[in-house]
Design a protein around this ligand. Structure first.
Ligand code: HEM
Length: 146
């Protein structure tokens, strides 16, 4: 019973987390790049990031804790290592690196920020982590059902 509850929490937290990353990558970035002054673009990005950042951090913690319990029941496997490594990438970004990266990118007057270049880079980066996330989802299903 506890195993099924842990798996439900695991999968729902990943749906919200990776679903959010998909939305930001496929919808928010193209909208930011389509219009507005540099300041408006930065404001829209920081507004989205600020709101989703909190949600993503909570879901990453839930996915990790439920995942640890699932390991206790089902043990480790290659698929589980893929999930843990991806989880590690996100956790290090969300709970540390991201703040430093954004400070470096945005900590100057908005008219000196090359927003076109920055948001193209950020969107490219998001497509890479999103693709790796889909791989982790495939690894998780494989670990659970193969
Ligand atoms: C610390 C990080 C994580 C740990 C320890 C972990 C552990 C596990 C374990 C042990 C299972 C297998 C359960 C079983 O055999 O029934 C599982 C299932 C799964 N995990 Fe993870 N996981 C982690 C992170 C992630 C991440 C980052 C993703 C996706 C982005 C993910 C997606 C999935 C999926 C889709 C399943 C399959 C559910 C099913 O079809 O029954 N997990 N996880």
């Amino acid at each position: 019973m506890l195993y099924v509850i842990a798996l439900i929490i695991h999968v729902i937290s990943i749906i919200i987390w990776i679903g959010g990353v998909s939305f930001v990558t496929m919808i928010t970035f193209p909208m930011i790049q389509r219009g507005g002054s540099s300041l408006e673009q930065v404001m829209m990005f920081q507004g989205t990031e600020h709101r989703f950042g909190k949600i993503a951090k909570t879901m990453v913690i839930l996915a990790g804790l439920s995942g640890l319990y699932l390991i206790k029941v089902k043990g480790l496997s290659f698929g589980v290592w893929v999930m843990i490594i991806l989880w590690g990438v996100y956790a290090s970004l969300l709970f540390g690196l991201e703040k430093m990266i954004f400070k470096k990118l945005f900590d100057k007057p908005s008219d000196q920020i090359d927003t076109k270049k920055i948001f193209t880079l950020l969107q490219g980066f998001h497509w890479i982590v999103l693709t790796l996330s889909f791989l982790a989802v495939a690894a998780g299903i494989w670990a659970a059902h193969y």
